[in-house]
Design a protein around this ligand. Structure first.
Ligand code: C2E
Ligand code: MG
Ligand code: MG
Ligand code: MG
Length: 281
């Protein structure tokens, strides 16, 4: 009986593993197909100047609406894309799509709009791709000025290969782009290292911003990050502002920029332009 039970368990385990492999493999295959056949899109979330409420730019966020499974969360497909290397073509596609969007908005409105675009770069892109070369090509092709682009990096991206990352970051700065440290506070913050890198903006992770309403510790952490950024001459962007109270508190603490559902969820390119034009009026 014992033997039978054990083999049942093994059988069950094998089934589960097999199932997760199948799921994973089909996700990978489907994602590859989506990248090659225009099956992905980009959503744009406004970045707000907390001082005067102006829209200063948008963060470009990849979206995947799977033909059978419906919308798939980036938290599910970005890690898969990173593991199988698909993040390189995906990232290039998102970059050129977002820059094209800025160019379209300039053309539609007949002016060079005073807004920029934030793009997420993953650690894998730093390790496997010449990111600066890709960015240079996209900028040259579009004619968009480098200073309208902000590249969002994570601590893990930089720490996985510090020397290579530092070189890539300096190459990106040479293109006049801005660099932001995304999800700041969630990784291994080596402050000495941070100081040596050409980072312009610290993005305070949503977990601390959300926590500010409930616990003093989060408020202390946010204060500390703000004064650190100030000391290092960096700007700050708070993620995940969901209420007017949070917006006001962060502005009072001296945080320069913010984004979150209180202002807007990520939206289509057309809605994003409309949002900008309405707030400017
Ligand atoms: P992230 O770069 O930290 O982007 C911010 C995430 O927070 C977005 O989630 C956004 O929708 C969400 N968010 C913004 N404001 C609020 C708020 O007020 N409340 C709540 N609950 N959430 C808010 P999203 O779009 O699901 O993206 C998740 C992550 O996936 C991103 O985190 C980024 O790390 C990654 N990602 C998305 N697109 C790309 C891409 O094109 N390339 C790479 N490498 N990563 C991407
Ligand atoms: Mg980001
Ligand atoms: Mg972030
Ligand atoms: Mg985040």
């Amino acid at each position: 009986l014992k033997q039978a039970k054990r083999s049942n368990k093994v059988e069950l385990y094998r089934k589960e593993v097999l199932e997760s492999f199948r799921l994973r493999f089909s996700l990978e295959t489907d994602l590859r197909h989506a990248i090659e056949n225009d099956g992905l899109s980009v959503a744009y979330q406004p970045l707000i100047d907390l001082g005067d409420g102006a829209v200063v730019g948008f963060e470009a966020l990849a979206r995947w609406n799977h033909p059978e499974r419906g919308p798939i969360d980036p938290a599910d497909f970005i890690p898969v894309a990173e593991e199988c290397g698909l993040i390189v073509p995906l990232g290039r596609w998102a970059l050129s799509r977002a820059v094209k969007c800025l160019k379209d908005w300039d053309e539609i409105t007949g002016q060079t709009l005073p807004i920029g675009m934030n793009i997420n770069l993953s650690a894998v892109q730093f390790a496997r791709d010449d990111v600066a070369q890709s960015v240079r090509e996209v900028l040259e092709e579009s004619g968009i000025a480098g200073n309208r682009l902000t590249l969002e990096l994570t601590e893990s991206a930089i720490l996985s290969d510090p020397d290579r990352s530092a070189r890539a970051m300096h190459a990106l700065k040479a293109l006049d782009t801005c660099l932001a440290m995304d999800d700041f506070g969630t990784g291994y913050s080596n402050l000495a290292f941070l100081q040596k890198l050409p980072i312009d903006i610290l993005k305070i992770d949503r977990s601390f911003v959300t926590g500010m309403m409930q616990d003093r510790d989060s408020v202390s952490i946010v204060r500390a990050v703000l004064s650190l950024a100030n000391a290092l001459g960096m700007k700050t962007t708070a993620e995940g502002i969901e209420t007017v109270e949070l917006a006001n508190t962060l502005a009072a603490l001296g945080c320069s920029h913010g984004q979150g559902y209180y202002y807007s969820r990520p939206m289509s390119a057309a809605d994003a332009l409309e949002f900008f034009l309405q707030r400017r009026a």
